[in-house]
Design a binder for this molecule. Structure first.
Ligand code: NDP
Length: 328
């Protein structure tokens, strides 16, 4: 098998700025097609990525992609609430699927997506690029091989000073910064400990721009209890820049800051600076999925992982709204 053909669905900022350029660096897959609702974007994409007319689709004729042998993988990069529909349609078209985070806005939708891919005999992966990033992989090792002893405490924060567009529309986003960037803290704590949280408490941050955040949180802090008494203190916001993942252990600590960026990730430990290269995370992520398909092995970042995060995000909102500890 040569390079597998990927079609990007939704030519927004992430597709244009990160995924498509990364697909010029991948060894096992390439950008074969596009799906867009904006005809004015088509010419530039066709030219920049050498995409033939027959590999250009819109949301109406999307299902015809099933007749296109050049497309092996459909990568859904739409606003969160649209992920479920397009993953189900992609599976029905007989294609493998990558879906961006958060996988969906409800656990029920995640179940439908997993079922559709299973029934079609196709693989489903979530765009969790940090599983292929060396500093974040070192955090996974910190929990697994315990170079500093058992983890006692985690701290994770991910936030930005502002946002716009569909991210402020609850129907399309499913929530505020928690769905968009706070999810990285949930992921970070899960992959650092290698464990699942057992309970959650949460508190909404007072709004500084209530007119902008009518039905969404502007910010949120939450605490996750993990087995063995490990506590994770987490924070997300659309009005404050944060980018941290830290594990305090019995005999030392490890910290990434920034932890979740596309590049420039920096790591320190109680023993000194982490010395790992910066990599093209998206290229590695997509290549790994292509190789998994070729080798018929599971993806490291499957739909089930995305579903578990959505389940935790929903529990965080429940804890925030009820002001009670929510048990998972
Ligand atoms: P953008 O708003 O930049 O792009 C979304 C694109 O979706 C639009 O450009 C449009 O493409 C298409 N679209 C279809 N229907 C709608 C609609 N009703 N409203 C708005 N857009 C629509 O978003 P991003 O690219 O930043 O995010 C897309 C997804 O990728 C999200 O799920 C986000 O969480 C995820 N993401 C993941 C990142 C990561 O690091 N893994 C980083 C950034 C985003 P067109 O005009 O072609 O139809």
């Amino acid at each position: 098998m040569g390079k597998l053909g990927i079609a990007l669905v939704g030519l927004g900022r992430y597709s244009a700025g990160q995924l498509a350029p990364a697909l010029k660096e991948t060894e096992h897959c390439y950008l074969a097609g596009i799906v867009t609702g904006t005809p004015s974007k088509v010419d530039k994409w066709k030219k920049d990525y050498d995409i033939p007319d027959q590999n250009v689709y819109n949301y109406q004729n999307f299902d015809e992609i099933k007749n296109n042998p050049e497309i092996d993988i459909i990568y859904v990069v739409l606003p969160n609430a649209l992920h479920a529909e397009y993953v189900v349609r992609a599976a029905a078209a007989g294609k493998h699927v990558i879906c961006e985070k958060p996988m969906a806005v409800t656990v029920e939708d995640c179940d439908k997506m997993i079922k559709a891919c299973n029934e079609a005999g196709k693989m489903l992966s979530i765009g969790y690029r940090l599983h292929f990033e060396p500093h974040n992989k070192e955090m996974m090792r910190t929990g697994k091989e315990k170079p500093f002893g058992n983890i006692i405490k985690l701290k994770a924060g991910n936030g930005m000073s502002d946002t716009e567009g569909w991210r402020l529309d609850k129907k399309l986003a499913g929530g505020g910064p928690l769905m968009d960037v706070g999810i990285y803290c949930v992921q970070g704590c899960r992959y650092t400990t290698g464990m699942e949280p057992v309970s959650i408490t949460a508190k909404e941050t007072p709004k500084t721009r209530p007119e902008q955040f009518v039905s969404l949180e502007e910010g949120l802090t939450w605490q996750m209890k993990f087995p063995n008494g490990i506590i994770a203190e987490c924070n997300t916001s659309y009005s404050k820049n944060m980018n941290l993942l830290r594990a305090d252990c019995e005999k030392g600590w490890a910290e990434l800051s920034p932890a979740y960026a596309y590049g420039g990730i920096k790591g320190n430990t109680s023993e000194g600076k982490m010395d790992f290269p910066q990599v093209n995370q998206q290229a590695r992520q997509m290549d790994d999925f292509a190789v998994a398909i070729k080798e018929k092995r599971p993806t490291r970042v499957p739909g089930e992982m995305g579903r578990q995060d959505v389940k935790i995000l929903q529990a965080i909102y429940q804890a925030m709204e009820t002001q009670r500890e929510v048990f998972l």
